[in-house]
Design a protein around this ligand. Structure first.
Ligand code: NAP
Length: 306
């Protein structure tokens, strides 16, 4: 099967690229280990995506984008990309058990959650430690959970968890949040969220399941144990740029540098969404990246590929 435009990643950027490319009539294949959705589909409600004055559930929005891409002919394959090569002007994209050949590639593989790297963490991943409040929040009805991080994710998800947990302890390593004012205000006004600033998590413990964490007050240096049933980590993200790292320029954190048209230093390879070096990572900016990347890939195929 000759693929015109291969899209890696099915979050808002990848799905938008696929919508544009397939609607323009190009044979478009989108690879995603989960079949699409991305980080946006793990967000309970998205309030700042235009067109939804009451907010829109992240999973619903992504379901609609996926349906739209498929309605124009995008083929979605449950596949994680391991390697991308360019030989004689064609791309060879290796998945877990298949290789795909494409004329142009849009890399929209996003990011994966960062961990704390503290003792006990690996043991309790999935046994009390989670990266997804939308997926796991309901497991903690009337329990006590801690959320770590000071960005928009930590604050938004801490607020969401108060729907279930009787107490949410929000732990941040500095004395000032990184999140926007709207989230900071909502958290301050929520009586079920207890904020601990200047505090780090030093250790995670339990038996079969997580039962507590050891925290350190950075001002006094004192440590103490806190009994918690769940621990939600929102301490940033690691870009999934490894499979294309030899074809693009990366910044110090591993994000891909692109031009305004989403092109990378390899002709025919575009990057879109959270994987890019950019100042604002939102669904709306990912969608814009995706549209531009598809438009650029289309121009590239028309002008350069026989
Ligand atoms: P982020 O903005 O990178 O925040 C990560 C947080 O984790 C920071 O507060 C950071 O602390 C902390 N952190 C990093 N490493 C840590 C460690 N080892 N131990 C303890 N804390 C650590 O990530 P994010 O909150 O996931 O947001 C990512 C992007 O998505 C942002 O651009 C954000 O605006 C956007 N987003 C937006 C919304 C929304 O608009 N509703 C919702 C979710 C995400 P420091 O502050 O000290 O660096």
């Amino acid at each position: 099967m000759a693929i015109d435009i291969l899209v890696a990643g099915g979050g808002p950027a990848g799905m938008t690229s696929a919508i544009y490319a397939s609607r323009a009539g190009w044979k478009t294949v989108l690879l995603d280990p989960l079949g699409g959705g991305g980080q946006a589909s793990t967000t309970d409600m998205i309030y700042n995506y235009p067109g939804f004055p009451e907010g829109v559930p992240g999973p619903k929005l992504m379901e609609l984008m996926t349906e739209q891409a498929q309605s124009f002919g995008t083929e979605i394959v449950f596949e994680e990309v391991k390697e991308v090569k360019r030989l004689s002007g064609r791309f060879y994209v290796k998945g877990e058990d298949k290789e795909y050949e494409a004329k142009a590639v849009i890399w929209a593989a996003g990011t994966r959650p960062r961990t704390l790297n503290v003792p006990g963490e690996q043991k309790f991943l999935g046994r009390g430690i989670s990266f997804c409040a939308t997926c796991d929040g309901a497991l903690f009805k009337d329990k006590v959970v801690a959320v770590v991080g000071g960005g928009d994710s930590a604050l938004t998800e801490a607020e969401f968890l108060t729907k279930f947990a009787r107490e949410v302890i929000l732990i941040h390593r500095r004395n000032e949040f990184r999140a926007g004012m709207a989230s900071v205000r909502r958290v301050a006004e929520n009586p079920r969220i207890k904020v601990m600033l200047n505090t780090t998590v030093e250790e995670v413990f339990g038996n079969e399941k997580l039962s507590g964490i050891r925290i350190r007050d950075k001002t006094s240096g004192e440590t103490k144990e806190l009994a918690v049933d769940g621990l939600f980590l929102y301490v940033g993200w690691i870009p999934n740029s490894d499979p294309v790292k030899d074809l693009v320029d990366l910044n110090a954190e591993g994000y891909i540098k692109t031009k305004e048209d989403m092109s990378t230093r390899t002709p025919g390879l575009y990057a879109a969404g959270d994987i890019r070096e950019k100042p604002l990572r939102q669904v709306s900016t990912a969608v814009a990246d995706g549209a531009l990347a598809a438009w650029s890939a289309e121009r590239y195929v028309l002008e350069n590929v026989k």
